[in-house]
Design a protein around this ligand. Structure first.
Ligand SMILES: [Zn+2]
Length: 395
């Protein structure tokens, strides 16, 4: 009897999700059309809609055209019916956003980590999440967190996050205990890839690699319209591929990793080293930052251009290897390094094509994405929305 009851509850829950998704995707829509679209009986649909109306997830929105009888009442999911919290854990900064059910950012907060890692960074994350949940003006679905490193999404464990000194941190349970809300933890590059693929790509292709090049470097691999995460989210973890023998030490404990030569940190450090060695121009600031390097690059400073364009080459070679491994020709680059624009992209593309089989290289299309700074927050929120409500964010 207990099993039958559980099965009935499960069926009801899955039907409720199906009805909600149909209203979200196709609303405004009448109960009769929901029944037609889902194959459920009109009685079942009416019953489930009553629950969704009571929960405030669905509202009545006027009447549709009459087909003879009484004009049908239409239903829709208002974007503000629920909000979601998305968090981007970067190596230097924690950024959070409150997002509506259409993926629109309603509120944002951030905190600088200033070198804090381990338990210190966790305390900052707690404070950021507490601030965001307190600022919410609508019921929250939960918290979606994108973090660098290897993540076991099923139990919310961060196995290892390079640069944050997190080893086997139960991040999901910790934040869930703190807030009382469902929490999902995902790899940051994979979250950003989902946001780019969901919101910004109109090519219609169902296979794509989205590479985020910032403080870290990682890829999200989408195959058949679904994110391929690999074991413990390790798929696309390309930042620690060794590209320089006897290279600079990396925060992962190895040396010569891609992140030591092609990341934002790597180009800033390289420019700083060269500037310190007296190879300087009048425009060069005493202390090189991402912003100062970008400004100098844009006015054509030769050193800034050399450093940035040289950094594109190892990245291109690793992408070329990915083209060959996956046979996916559509590659999208996002993240702070894309601000270096077409010349940087051109150098990445040239090297990628040189290191792939000619026929694959010819077919490949490497281009800059359109995701903004909030790709990780929005992507993490989108994945939360799918896991908690069965909805796939779409615009
Ligand atoms: Zn490394």
């Amino acid at each position: 009897l207990a099993r039958t009851k559980a099965t009935i509850q499960q069926t009801r829950r899955s039907n409720e999700r199906l009805v909600l998704r149909t209203i979200y995707d196709d609303g405004p829509i009448s109960r009769a059309d929901v029944a037609r679209a889902t194959g459920l009986t009109r009685t079942t649909v009416s019953d489930l809609v009553e629950t969704l109306l009571a929960e405030g997830l669905v509202v009545e929105a006027g009447t549709g055209p009459s087909t003879g009888g009484k004009a049908p009442i239409l239903l829709r999911v208002p974007p503000d019916a629920r909000h979601l919290v998305g968090v981007d854990v970067d190596r230097d900064r924690l950024s959070g956003a409150i997002v509506d059910l259409h993926g629109e950012v309603k509120h944002r907060e951030s905190r600088t980590l200033e070198g804090r890692d381990g338990a210190g960074a966790l305390e900052d994350l707690d404070a950021l999440v507490a601030g965001l949940t307190a600022a919410a003006e609508r019921p929250l679905v939960g918290i979606g967190i994108g973090t660098p490193g290897l993540v076991d999404t099923a139990d919310g464990m961060v196995r290892w996050a390079v640069g944050l000194d997190w080893h086997d941190v139960p991040l999901g349970p910790r934040v869930s205990d703190l807030t009382g809300l469902p929490t999902i933890v995902v790899n940051d590059s994979q979250a950003a890839a989902m946001a780019e693929w969901t919101f910004e790509q109109r090519s219609g292709s169902s296979d794509m690699v989205v590479v985020k090049v910032g403080e870290g470097i990682g890829a999200g691999i989408i195959i058949g319209g679904r994110l391929y995460t690999g074991e413990e989210s390790g798929a696309g973890e390309i930042g620690h591929t060794r590209v320089v023998d006897e290279g600079l030490p990396c925060r992962c404990g190895s040396q010569g990793c891609l992140e030591t030569v092609s990341s934002v940190r790597a180009v800033v450090d390289r420019a700083q080293t060269l500037a310190g060695a007296g190879i300087a121009t009048a425009s060069r600031s005493a202390r090189v930052s991402y912003a100062s390097l970008l400004a100098e690059y844009r006015v054509g400073d030769p050193l800034a251009r050399d450093v940035v364009l040289a950094s594109a080459e190892p990245l291109g070679r690793v992408l070329g290897a990915m083209l060959g491994t996956l046979g996916i020709s559509d590659v999208v680059l996002i993240g702070p390094m894309t601000a270096f624009g077409d010349d940087w992209l051109g150098r990445v593309t040239r090297e990628a094509r040189r290191s792939a089989l000619p026929i694959l290289a010819q077919r490949s299309h490497i281009h800059l994405g359109r995701s903004g700074d909030e790709a990780v927050e929005i992507g993490a929120a989108a994945m939360l929305m799918t896991s908690e409500l069965g909805l796939a964010l779409a615009v």
